[in-house]
Design a binder for this molecule. Structure first.
Ligand code: ADP
Ligand code: GN1
Ligand code: MG
Length: 372
């Protein structure tokens, strides 16, 4: 009896066809690490060889204008590719390459409205949800630093704002307060302690955003989602290859890219660590990331940027944790969860980490100065 095909498989086969990928579709695997899009690794046989692709359904609840997302991605990937090629090396493994449809578009819309894209899988690459050692962390620092460096002369005004106020921590606090008032999922009653904890950190967490508003920090082209799993490494050597997950490339603060990476790479525990005794700042990993990142961007940083880099870790940890808590209050609509209370667990972990970071802020900043 013929095997029935799942809806997912039908959709993926349709996407592969629209992008005119040469070869025979063989199979696909779901990649579950991200919290937003639906990501699949797709295997196609071409001339007796297996070719892999990453096929993604973009989350249009989060990205209201997905065409704008692809416009930005096309712009920055082509810009970086040209720079790498100009040095005489192949850019194949160092920047993402999105496929185009026969209409010359970087996306396909299926009859159910699903917005899909397709990108070449970077051969012999690997990624890490949790960075096990300092080498991985330092390489990820180099990858995100290099990304900013490549884009230092990219026309910022050409970028579309795909999620307005994405790292506007002041506005994130306003949204949080509205969700507390609304209490849509009726969960407020048992999380008053966590709510109070985040409200207490408002001044320190919003400091950087307020500095930017006063013109004290420059807006750059930033990645805005710099967790370790958004870097690809050479599976054999461990060297960084390419930064991925470019959906949120927008104007932003250098300290936010630095800090958002530390939120993951500088935590002794997981993003959703349940045992809060395991949550702390890993100072050796903090130093490793700083060495990698500042090594790439040190010469383009302003004095204010240098002086506030460590503060970025506090800002991004509070902001992200508060976003998890907001989503928990709203009834888990934004971030994918794999178990019932995951957003609350994530929020508790981030609150603990942020408090530890505040205790170690001077030590962290001293390390930044060492590499500046
Ligand atoms: P999400 O939006 O779901 O986070 P990502 O674009 O970050 O999706 O991809 C999820 C995972 O898929 C990555 O952590 C990486 O392991 C793998 N991946 C994504 N793109 C590629 C690629 N071009 N080549 C190799 N692996 C990739
Ligand atoms: C989301 O897509 P993913 O999983 O890389 C989120 C980030 C958060 C992150 C927390 C568009 O990123 O902002 O920092 O989860 N992306 C969006 O892990 O909201
Ligand atoms: Mg990702």
């Amino acid at each position: 009896m013929a095997k029935t095909m799942s809806v997912e498989e039908k959709q993926i086969r349709a996407v592969v066809e629209i992008f005119q990928i040469e070869g025979t579709f063989k199979k696909f695997e779901l990649i579950q690490s991200g919290h937003i899009n639906s990501t699949y690794k797709v295997f196609v046989e071409r001339h007796g060889e297996m070719k892999d692709y990453i096929v993604q359904r973009v989350n249009t609840y989060v990205f209201k204008d997905p065409e704008a997302v692809m416009y930005n991605i096309a712009g920055v990937t082509e810009f970086i590719r040209a720079k790498i090629k100009a040095t005489g090396i192949s850019a194949k493994r160092f920047v993402l390459h999105y496929a185009k449809t026969s209409n010359g578009e970087y996306y396909a819309v299926l009859p159910d409205g699903g917005f899909w894209r397709c990108c070449r899988f970077i051969d012999d690459s690997t990624s890490f949800l949790f960075p096990e050692n300092e080498e991985i962390v330092e390489e990820s620092g180099k990858a995100f630093g290099e990304f900013q460096k490549y884009l230092a002369d990219y026309p910022v005004s050409d970028l579309k704002i795909v999620i307005p106020h994405f790292h506007n921590t002041v506005m994130r606090y306003e949204t949080f307060k509205k969700s507390i008032e609304k209490d849509e999922a009726r969960r407020r009653v048992w999380i008053e302690e966590e709510i109070a904890g985040y409200l207490e950190l408002e001044e320190i967490a919003t400091r950087l955003y307020r500095m930017q508003r006063k013109g004290e920090l420059p807006l750059r082209v930033t990645h805005n989602d710099t967790k370790t799993s958004n870097v690809l490494f050479d599976a054999a050597t461990g060297d960084h290859l390419s930064v991925i997950d470019l959906d949120t490339v927008m104007p932003g603060l250098m300290a936010f890219d630095f800090g958002d990476a530390i939120r993951i790479a500088g935590n002794t525990g997981a993003e959703d660590e349940q045992d809060l005794n395991n949550v702390n700042v890993d100072m050796a990993k903090f130093e490793a990331f700083t060495r990698g990142f500042v090594g790439k961007v040190g010469d383009m940083m302003t004095d204010n940027e240098k002086a506030t880099l460590a503060l970025g870790a506090v800002a991004m940890t509070v902001e992200c944790g508060m976003r998890f808590l907001t989503d928990y209050l709203d009834g888990d609509k934004y971030f994918k969860i794999h178990y019932e209370e995951q957003n609350l667990v994530r929020a508790r972990c981030h609150l603990t980490l942020a408090r530890k970071m505040i205790e170690r802020l001077d030590d962290m900043q001293a390390i930044v100065w060492k590499y500046c």
